[in-house]
Design a protein around this ligand. Structure first.
Ligand SMILES: NC(=O)c1ccc[n+]([C@@H]2O[C@H](COP(=O)([O-])OP(=O)(O)OC[C@H]3O[C@@H](n4cnc5c(N)ncnc54)[C@H](O)[C@@H]3O)[C@@H](O)[C@H]2O)c1
Length: 387
């Protein structure tokens, strides 16, 4: 195969930007051959591509080798499964699905078809997160003790929630900030620090907006080795903060303002604690700063990697299976908040699905949908990592 023939399903904010990125030849080895949206006016501006209003027809047409799924989240799994059944490779927008049960089905279908399956967790390509992961996995800060992420700079206005009927409700998108904005951070949490054994969470629904889902959340997690994690996020706070601190028994790293401050001790703190003869002694610490200036374009990097995987077998930056871990963190947090209990991981997929249905039944969405203009076809600055 010389070029991967791409189709895009869902030509809203995100899908129209991916389509434009391919049309402008920013992805080597990728060409756009089809677009699909249930709204026919979203297809109008495209030239020299096949146009569909039914994704099933697009996926069985034989004109695409790969599909980018950029519809509201609930639809990602059913479109992906249909694609795999038609031997089409899938790059799903994040989150790959709303609940683990449907994400597992996507992965099973990908395995049966033997096709590439990746997720647009574009923040994984951000140099600072890559470096933090490399440092953490190198063991430089020792045995993990704590992971604390204050990621409250996902600010959104009411106009944003009003811009689509699917936004801001359990029925439309399955959750709030943990389901829509913070999946990037939940993914990076598990990608760097690994999966916890249990989760407790508080979520605050409609605290700052007229929506029925959470616009603020606090998660507390425990690990097998005794380490803990705290994760706080919000769409209702301005100015917000992006500060990640990871500590271990030989040091810590702090990510803030696009810098990593790495503190390393000359001795493991656990050994020092029990070997020192002085009451108020402290280990010797050295400090190193890593500064990051050049931002890669994350969406382009993931699209290129997915294309290279299909053409040359380049390892995927994000494997479809990784979506299960991200969804576990999100789903477990909801379960904990709804039941007021600590939830052990992995979660019970059926139980989560069933309590999600209860939330959908009892929600009453207070917002009024005000249609916005057609999407710009540009990547928005608000999707980048902010400090
Ligand atoms: N990776 C990122 O940085 C990033 C940024 C923004 C959005 N997203 C994700 O992209 C997805 C879409 O978000 P958005 O902001 O573009 O939403 P949007 O509402 O602007 O666009 C969704 C589009 O899907 C279309 N659609 C709905 N049902 C369809 C169907 N059955 N078949 C074909 N088209 C259908 C709608 O008509 C609409 O044009 C979400 O899952 C979101 O989380 C990711």
């Amino acid at each position: 195969m010389e070029n991967v023939r791409f189709g895009v399903v869902g030509l809203g904010n995100m899908g129209s930007a991916h389509a434009k990125n391919i049309i402008e030849n920013n992805i080597k080895g990728a060409i756009l051959t089809a677009v699909c949206d249930i709204l026919p006016d979203r297809l109008e501006s495209f030239e020299n591509v096949k146009k569909f209003t039914d994704y099933k027809k697009m996926l069985s047409s034989g004109v695409v080798d790969a599909v980018i799924v950029a519809t509201p989240h609930y639809l990602h799994p059913e479109i992906a499964v249909c694609a795999f059944e038609n031997n089409v490779n899938v790059l799903s927008e994040k989150p790959s699905g709303v609940y683990t049960k449907q994400i597992k089905k996507m992965n099973e279908a990908a395995k049966i078809a033997g096709k590439a399956f990746s997720i647009m967790f574009n923040q994984r390509t951000t140099p600072i997160y890559k470096k933090a992961r490399e440092l953490f996995l190198s063991g430089v800060i020792g045995e993990p003790k704590r992971f604390v992420w204050l990621i409250t700079n996902w600010y959104r206005t009411q106009k944003y929630y009003d811009s689509g009927d699917w936004r801001g409700s359990y029925k439309g998108e399955g959750g709030g900030v943990l389901m829509n904005q913070a999946p990037h951070n939940l993914d990076i949490w598990q990608w760097i620090f690994g999966m916890p054994k249990s989760i407790s969470a508080n979520i605050y629904c409609g605290k700052y907006h007229n929506i029925s889902v959470e616009d603020e959340a606090e998660i507390f997690a425990e690990y097998e080795n005794g380490a803990t994690a705290v994760f706080i996020t919000s769409t209702g706070e301005y100015p917000g903060t992006n500060r990640l601190e990871i500590s271990g028994d030989k040091g810590k790293m702090v990510l803030e303002n696009n810098k990593i401050m790495l503190y390393t001790a000359n001795i493991c703190e656990r050994d020092f604690c029990f070997s020192s003869n002085e009451e108020y002694a402290i280990p010797e610490i050295s400090k190193q700063t890593f500064e990051f200036k050049d931002e890669v374009h994350g969406h382009t990097a993931i699209l290129q990697n997915f294309t290279n995987n299909i053409l040359f077998g380049e390892p995927l930056i994000v494997d479809g299976l990784d979506g299960i871990n991200e969804a576990q963190l999100c789903n477990a947090s909801y379960m904990s908040a709804w039941t007021n209990k600590r939830i052990d991981l992995p979660i019970d997929d059926e139980e989560f699905y069933s309590i999600l249905q209860e939330q959908i039944e009892k929600e009453s969405c207070k917002k009024t949908v005000k249609k916005t203009n057609n999407p710009s076809g540009e990547y928005s600055e608000r999707w980048n990592v902010k400090w």
